[in-house]
Write a protein that binds this ligand. Structure first.
Ligand code: ATP
Ligand code: MN
Length: 460
């Protein structure tokens, strides 16, 4: 009989013997009895156990502190306090793991910066525990959403030889000795001698591989880790993050936008339903108003703007932006947030960006100036989804690869797909941690992932 606190607290009524295993969130030793709050991480709340002197090892129990690991058995009784429905009248307390005097997680409030330095302990905190449960619920909702719509889960590779966008923010994968690499006749490092016989990298996106699969299996999605060696010390960028990338054949930009909107609504709705206690905590302690914002996202249609319309709105806003706006510039976080947060007050889908600021694979509109790209912008976070209809016309794609200064030979297979059975197709990428950040309201994306990797930091 191994029951979790979550199941115990969800019981219809008190009564019966139960046993819980976990860590003490708090230990309060009052006169003549002790109150132990046992958390096993299965839900936000712990189960309070009341320990009285009749317990054989009562003296040892008196020495327990928060962080200790215990097994507590006893009778489930109605809680007189009212904060919880049930508590445990302990009949046995087994002390499994004590804590030392130098236990870093004290009962006081710690800063998120400090907690990152003790990432081995921070899942025991209210905030990170709740974040991890939200991540879990959101992951499940993502699979549910796509599976219910007949999408196939594709495992895209982590190691790749292609730089998906020519963006150059790649981590190299090599087994060459950095101190003494083999060199070719010209003195350059000879990657022919390297593990893969060529240069290889950690993937920045599974999109190109998802396109391969979509052009055979119609609707697919990836959900896996991606890596970007961008040296950005922002609250929205990680060097390693998880990306969700659906790709759909026989689909154009409008269909792409529809799926993106339905997807965000479904996942956010599912988290609100699966994690009410965690969300109540975020609402109270981390981001007041977050629940209403999310409910609003689920209930109201997203706004749609073209990039050109967005630029006009920003120019007319009278705002003194750090980066001035004119047609042709990429939208910065401050612009994205103005649009989603202040101008519209809910998620906005911006479409048809200038070709010059977007990747070569995006479908070129007839005006030859814009591409069928779409970004979904949300309050606080800014860009949460980036997607596009892909260029499926061989002649246009060839021209665009050349214009981007990329090597046609590197993309031989990508072009080959446009020669054989090419169809309009579209997809998008959602940064999973950006979604978690939006849902939980944590200010920094480093709190949205259990083990953040950022410039200068990859501990644990
Ligand atoms: P940004 O302009 O915010 O850097 P991007 O244009 O580089 O984003 P894409 O290449 O379109 O982003 O990637 C798809 C999605 O992946 C983004 O919409 C975002 O949610 C997420 N994302 C991109 N870079 C990061 C990162 N470094 N850390 C976390 N999530 C990211
Ligand atoms: Mn980026």
């Amino acid at each position: 009989m191994r029951e979790r606190v979550r199941e115990i607290l969800a019981r219809e009524q008190a009564g019966g013997e139960v046993e819980v295993r976990g860590w003490l969130r708090t230990a309060r030793h009052a006169k003549g009895r002790s109150f132990l709050e046992v958390s096993d991480g299965s839900c936000f709340a712990g189960l309070q156990a009341v320990v009285e002197p009749e317990i054989a090892n009562f003296e040892a129990v008196r020495g327990l502190r928060n962080g200790c690991a215990v097994v507590v058995a006893g009778e489930l009784v109605a809680s007189p306090g009212g904060e919880q429905r049930f508590e445990l009248q302990a009949t046995r307390v087994e002390i499994v793991g004590e804590v030392g005097d130098d236990y870093a997680l004290q009962k006081k409030r710690h800063s998120f910066e400090f907690l990152r330095e003790i990432a081995h302990l921070r899942p025991r905190t209210n905030t990170i525990g709740a974040v991890l449960r939200v991540r879990n619920a959101a992951s499940r909702a993502i699979h549910d959403f796509f599976q219910e719509r007949g999408f196939l889960y594709l495992h895209s590779p982590v190691i790749t030889a292609s730089d998906a966008e020519g963006a150059g923010e790649l981590f190299r994968v090599t087994t060459l000795d950095p101190g003494d690499p083999p060199r070719d006749a010209s003195g350059a490092v000879d990657h022919g001698e390297d593990f893969f016989g060529r240069q290889a990298f950690l993937t920045v996106s599974g999109q190109l591989e998802a396109e391969i699969a979509a052009l055979a299996l119609t609707d697919v999605y990836t959900f896996g880790p991606t890596f970007r060696a961008e040296n950005s010390h922002t609250s929205r960028h990680l060097a390693e993050f998880w990306m969700v990338e659906p790709e759909m054949a026989f689909c154009e930009l409008d269909g792409d936008v529809e799926v993106a909107e339905a997807f965000l609504k479904a996942v956010i709705g599912a988290v609100l339903e699966a994690c009410p206690d965690d969300m109540a905590f975020f609402e109270k302690r981390i981001a007041p108003g977050v629940i209403e914002t999310l409910e609003h996202v689920v209930e109201t249609p997203f706004e749609r703007l073209t990039y050109s319309e967005a630029v006009e709105i920003l120019q007319r806003s009278g705002r003194d932006f750090e980066f001035p706006v004119e047609w042709g510039v990429d939208l910065q976080s401050e612009h994205e947030r103005y649009l989603a947060e202040e101008h519209i007050g809910r998620p906005v889908v911006v479409t048809d960006y200038p070709a010059a600021i977007k990747a070569f694979y995006m479908y070129l509109n007839d005006d030859e100036r814009t591409v069928r790209a779409m970004d979904v912008l949300v309050p606080k976070v800014g860009e949460i989804i980036g997607g596009s209809q892909r260029e499926h016309r061989l002649d246009v794609l060839t021209r665009r690869i050349q214009a981007a200064g990329l090597d046609l030979a590197e993309y031989w297979w990508y072009l080959d797909l446009r020669r054989h059975g090419s169809v309009p197709h579209a997809g998008f990428g959602l940064g999973f941690e950006r979604l978690v950040q939006f849902v939980t309201g944590v200010a920094n994306i480093r709190e949205a992932i259990p083990f953040p990797r950022v410039p200068g930091y990859a501990d644990f």
